[in-house]
Design a binder for this molecule. Structure first.
Ligand SMILES: C[S@@+](CC[C@H](N)C(=O)[O-])C[C@H]1O[C@@H](n2cnc3c(N)ncnc32)[C@H](O)[C@@H]1O
Length: 318
């Protein structure tokens, strides 16, 4: 499993989900199945969702080794959702914002818990053709679901200077967004911005960054610009809000939403949505402060450093 993605906060996630054998849980962000296989081990049923068919394909290959057998396939044409059913698990290629249709299509009434482990997997970052990493040269794609119509390259060429400025400022929290947007608009007058390296060269030009001394600055800015583009291409913040709202609807009483976020924009949505649910008397926030990884986990997996886990429990009468 570790070559696809090393799951973060694995034990804490499982503890907070309070898995009961025979009950059904949704892993809304399947990835390499790191969390899913822990749930399966505890005798529960999993609905594993991912927008990226590389993830469902990877996990499918793992099922054979575990003697989990295929039962059949379904396609929901109206919502473009692919479901493959196995003993103990349903693998679904869809956006988690469609969680309500998925559950309806599977004719499941309510589920006992839902996990959202947000962002991209190590596999997606490490695959240069996907264009997620500023450390690897590849096409400026950044779509989690390859069926989406707009790539990062499309945005860089189609948005106006002020739209790009807004994008980098709001979704990347980049202070120098206006200058970067200006440099992009100027560059695209004479060239196509095709690759991650093309974009980084433009960013570096704004800061006149040269030499190794400034590598960290270049990496920090590129990280923010790449984050902004990735969030926009996949409409991540809207999808997250929808996923949480619809997730709560399909949860049974005392069921839990467990969410792991990796940057402040995501975490703010999770925190505010949970607070809103609590104000609406739909349940309680179980984690008054977010759960973070131990130094030991961070030493083994640097991605765990920015992880924040929050939990909400649905209650019908409070
Ligand atoms: C951090 S990885 C999950 C890793 C997984 N928990 C594991 O242990 O292997 C996030 C996964 O969620 C998927 N994803 C992110 N946002 C999504 C969305 N809105 N709908 C469906 N899948 C999404 C990504 O494609 C990626 O595979």
């Amino acid at each position: 499993m570790s070559n696809y993605h090393e799951p973060v906060l694995k034990q804490q996630t499982i503890d907070y989900l309070q898995i009961k054998p025979g009950n059904t849980y949704i892993d809304a962000t399947l990835g390499g199945g790191g969390h899913t296989f822990e749930i399966l081990k505890r005798g529960a049923h999993v609905i594993g969702i991912d927008a990226d068919e590389d993830a469902t394909r990877y996990v499918t290959a793992q099922l054979g080794e575990k003697e989990i057998k295929k039962l059949g396939e379904k396609y929901d044409q109206a919502h473009d959702i692919n479901i493959t059913q196995y003993t103990h698990i349903d693998l679904v290629r869809a956006n988690f914002s469609q969680i309500d249709f998925i559950v309806e299509h599977l004719q499941i009434n309510k589920v006992s818990g839902i996990l959202f482990d947000l962002g991209v997997s190590s596999f997606q970052i490490d695959t240069k053709e996907r264009g997620f990493s500023f450390l690897k040269n590849g096409p400026l794609d950044m779509r989690m679901d390859k069926r989406l119509g707009v790539t990062a390259k499309d945005l860089l060429h189609a948005l106006s200077k002020s739209e790009l400025t807004n994008l980098f400022f709001k979704l990347g929290e980049e202070q120098n967004s206006r200058n970067i947007a200006e440099a992009i608009v100027k560059a695209r007058e004479t060239q196509k911005i095709e690759t991650t390296e093309d974009l980084i060269t433009i960013i570096a030009g704004v800061y006149k960054i040269k030499g190794q001394l400034l590598d960290k600055t270049k990496a920090d800015i590129s990280k923010r610009i790449f984050q902004a583009l990735r969030i926009a291409v996949n409409d991540e913040l809207t999808r997250l809000s929808e996923g949480l709202e619809k997730g709560l609807e399909v949860l049974e009483e005392n069921g839990r939403l467990v969410v792991i976020s990796f940057h402040s924009l995501e975490d703010r949505i999770v925190k505010d949505t949970f607070k809103k649910f609590e104000d609406e008397k739909k349940g309680i926030v179980v984690t008054k402060k977010p759960i973070i990884a131990t130094e030991e986990e961070i030493a083994k997996n640097s991605r765990a450093r920015s992880a924040k886990l929050r939990v909400f429990e649905k209650m019908l009468k409070i």
